[in-house]
Design a protein around this ligand. Structure first.
Ligand code: GDP
Length: 456
């Protein structure tokens, strides 16, 4: 257990509410609280065994400030694994800030973003992926997202990684012993045994990677791009999806010169949508930069809304777009369904699949669009109780492990010696240990917690 000096922060949102909570964690938390808190019972918090509520008053010198309830938790049975005091005061911004200031004046340090959870991690209360799901759970915007994050917080992903790792560790240990002590009677693993363990671990990791987009869609959100030539109604569609006039809509081509971004929740599917500048050849320098950005968005997007105008025949720009969409997760959208058809719909169906008809202006087709998004992102029957990756860092660790296991299989195919295979297996293990934080560098750990809010 770490024995770090006390930190304090307001743990509830900085707004007006019934109750506000200020948390103190670390060495002498109760002694610090005792300097400003007087219990109605007259007892000191430092004498408390913990897990009791103590009613009393906070004082600024001789002046009473608020009536509060203090909760005491004793190490290691607390959120951080340290001694913790939580002061439940009335939820006023001035009041919470004042009580925090009194605590800081009496010996605690202000907590950095995520520092409480970081201490929990350092004290072995949770691993890095579980700590990350705390943040995912707090920012959940829907039932599926909250459920998925809660299951990862409960250790679904950690357990899965642990089980993959334990089979690889067994293998690595055997290979190392066999390589290091060639004279001893250590049985050589058969190629079949080696291959089976590696292939099974690889399959499990591939399974995790395959659910990444769906997991992200219900938790943190995925990138979505609205693309199409100028004037097909991209900005109008963006406004329909966001529910307000976010993008400028005009009849003049090239109005949206930059990428406009917004997060929307379509029936539980969270999309970070970019309304891109129309992709087209242009001499205008500013528009050119916008077009370039649009192409990048298109490349990165997990889902692409390719918009066409029903009232105009297909042009070269439309064909260019169809080409750009190749290999992407595309939803072809035929907009302006309220106008007469001039478009060759057969070509769009053939190249991009069954299109969706909407009128972005009137909102016709909106419900079907939400439904189709859920289908495309495969979140309809998505099992939120299974292990899943909920951020880019976790995905990268899995990809590193996957690559190393593929190298191991190639080495086996080439008939290379077990020590080469051992190096690949070690690399895979290292990547998985980085995911859970057991072997993550300080810089990685700091980066994870920097993304947290203060007070968590
Ligand atoms: P963008 O350049 O692709 O972003 O296109 P805009 O959203 O700016 O729309 C271009 C023009 O098409 C505007 O005059 C819109 O009002 C019009 N428009 C957009 N969607 C529809 C629609 O569903 N039906 C009709 N009739 N007009 C639309």
């Amino acid at each position: 257990m770490t024995d770090l000096s006390a930190i304090a922060a307001i743990s509830t949102p900085l707004g007006t509410g019934g109750v506000g909570i200020i948390r103190i964690s670390g060495k002498n938390s109760a002694e610090i609280a005792d300097k400003i808190f007087v219990a109605a019972s007259g007892r000191k918090l430092a004498q408390s065994k913990g897990y009791r509520a103590h009613f009393g008053r906070i004082f600024d010198g001789e002046t009473p400030v608020d009536e509060v309830v203090c909760l005491v938790f004793r190490a290691p049975h607390s959120y951080t694994g340290e001694d913790v005091v939580e002061i439940n005061c009335h939820g006023g911004i001035f009041l919470m800030k004042k009580i925090l200031r009194l605590i800081l004046q009496n010996g605690a340090q202000p907590a950095a973003p995520g520092e409480f959870t970081k201490r929990a991690f350092l004290n072995g209360k949770l691993d890095l992926s579980e700590a990350e799901s705390v943040m995912t759970l707090i920012s959940a915007q829907g039932e599926q997202g909250a459920n998925a994050a809660f299951n990862q917080l409960e250790g679904k992903l950690s357990k899965k990684i642990e089980s993959i790792n334990s089979s690889l560790l067994g293998l690595a240990a055997h290979i190392a012993a066999w390589v290091d002590y060639p004279d001893d009677e250590i049985e050589e693993l058969s190629e079949n045994e080696l291959r089976n363990t590696i292939v099974n671990a690889d399959l499990e990791i591939c399974k995790l990677l395959s659910t990444f987009d769906s997991g992200m869609a219900v938790t943190s959100g995925v990138e979505a791009a609205i693309v199409g030539k100028p004037n097909v109604g991209k900005s109008t569609l963006m406004n329909l999806l966001t529910g307000y006039d976010r993008s400028i809509v005009t009849e003049i081509e090239g109005t949206t010169r930059d990428v406009v971004e917004e997060t929307v929740n379509l029936n539980g599917c969270i999309l970070r949508i970019s309304d891109t500048a129309g992709i087209r050849e242009t001499g205008d320098l500013v528009e050119k930069i916008g077009v370039e950005k649009s192409r990048k968005k298109l490349e990165r997007a997990a889902i692409v809304f390719a918009v066409f105008d029903q009232s105009k025949p297909l042009s070269d720009e439309d064909f260019e777009l169809i080409k750009d969409c190749r290999g992407k997760n595309v939803m072809p959208i035929i907009n302006k369904s309220d106008l007469d058809i001039q478009l060759d719909i057969g070509i769009i169906s053939e190249k991009l699949g069954q299109p969706l008809y909407i009128s972005a202006k009137s909102g016709d087709g909106y419900d079907e669009l939400c439904d189709r998004v859920a289908d495309l992102m495969r979140i309809k029957n998505f099992d939120t109780t299974s292990a899943m990756l909920v951020n880019e860092r976790q995905r990268q660790c899995c990809e590193k492990a996957e690559l190393a296991l593929k190298d191991a299989q190639n080495a086996l195919d080439l008939g290379l010696t077990p020590d080469v295979i051992g190096v690949c297996v070690d690399d895979a293990i290292a990547a998985l240990l980085e995911l859970t934080g057991q072997r993550a560098s300080e810089a990685v750990v700091d980066e994870v917690f920097r993304q947290f809010c203060v007070g968590k």
